[in-house]
Write a protein that binds this ligand. Sequence first.
Ligand SMILES: Cc1ncc(COP(=O)(O)O)c(C=O)c1O
Length: 388
Amino acid sequence: MSALAKNYSRRKISFKKGKGSFLYSTKKKKYLDFVQGIAVNSLGHSNPKLIKAINIQAKKVWHVSNAFIIPEGENLAKKLTKKTFADYVIFQNSGTEAVEAAIKVARKYFYTIGKPYKNRIITIKNSFHGRTMAAIFASGSKKMTEGFGPKITGFDHFKFGDHKTLKKLITKKTAAIMIEDCLGEGGCKLIPDWCLRELRKICNKKKILLIIDSVQSGAGRSGKFFAFEYAKIKPDIAVIAKGLGSGFPIGAVLLNKKTASCMTPGSHGSTFGGNPLAMEVANAVLDEIFKKGFLRSVERSSKYFRNALNKIKEEYPEIIKEIRGIGLLIGLQLYNNQAKFIKNLEDNKLLTIRAAENVVRILPPLNVKKSEIDLAIKIIRKVCKEYK
Ligand SMILES: Cc1ncc(COP(=O)(O)O)c(C=O)c1O
């Protein structure tokens, strides 16, 4: 009997070790892992460069308080600001914590400029921003918020794509629009570039902030560091986590100069956020992701994978409805419930994970090999062929 609370319905499978794109189960079976901790292990399992980085830092210093200067964090923040729209960074330990911090910054910004009434945030109904109290109510999802009242107020919701409602929701109390550029849990639903550009224009016109939650799509998974870079826009605040630590817990809020100006000493903090161990792992991750040609190779792998998946879709149009997502955040939308399909893939030694709207989410490591994509394609085709 497990002593763990039952807030997960876990698959009956566990692992002894991992290497690159593969996981080895306690029952001595080898799986192609295209879940990778749900878009977390960006450089695959047991990456030698990350093992080296964590070991070197572990022998120096694991943790010091943010009451002191942390050079490893200074270095990581410099890397992030050099390569992105951001001028400043706040480090956290997870995606939802970073989302929470982003909400705080947006509200504090308007408070600081003398407009404390501007504190409401508009989000997409049934989007996903994590599991803290503010994040669940930000999502507007009945399933996630049920039983967790009283409601955290301050969020207004519009349906994905319903721009009319979105425009109506903007009032003088609105501080920001917060969206995922690709709704990962929501079914790998990508916000089109034209739409992101429109959102940026609306935010400029109404003098409100644009917050982009890139926790799942960020840190290179799209083929650019941020998926919204394809639309050539800059948010005021962006949030990353997951892939930034490639398995080491970390989150980050990236801020432009304007929004960062409100963050004065004492306004926000975290015991663990930004500690040297996390910072050095993420430094090693970014050294890989920002290496010349790395992101281009993510784009290439994505194109190769998607072409092959589209062929399978043509062969099995009664099973596969749509290939979704961006980069190596891939969604295979089925006509029917995806649970059986995912189980069949697992029985054939390919691990994938569900998302909303009957989607099978496929999340290889960013350094996935062509031969591994070929293996996944072979398994997916076989499962389609045998699917009843
Ligand atoms: C878009 C998005 N935001 C926030 C989160 C929450 O991140 P975490 O689970 O690290 O708290 C997730 C996690 O899946 C996510 O996909």
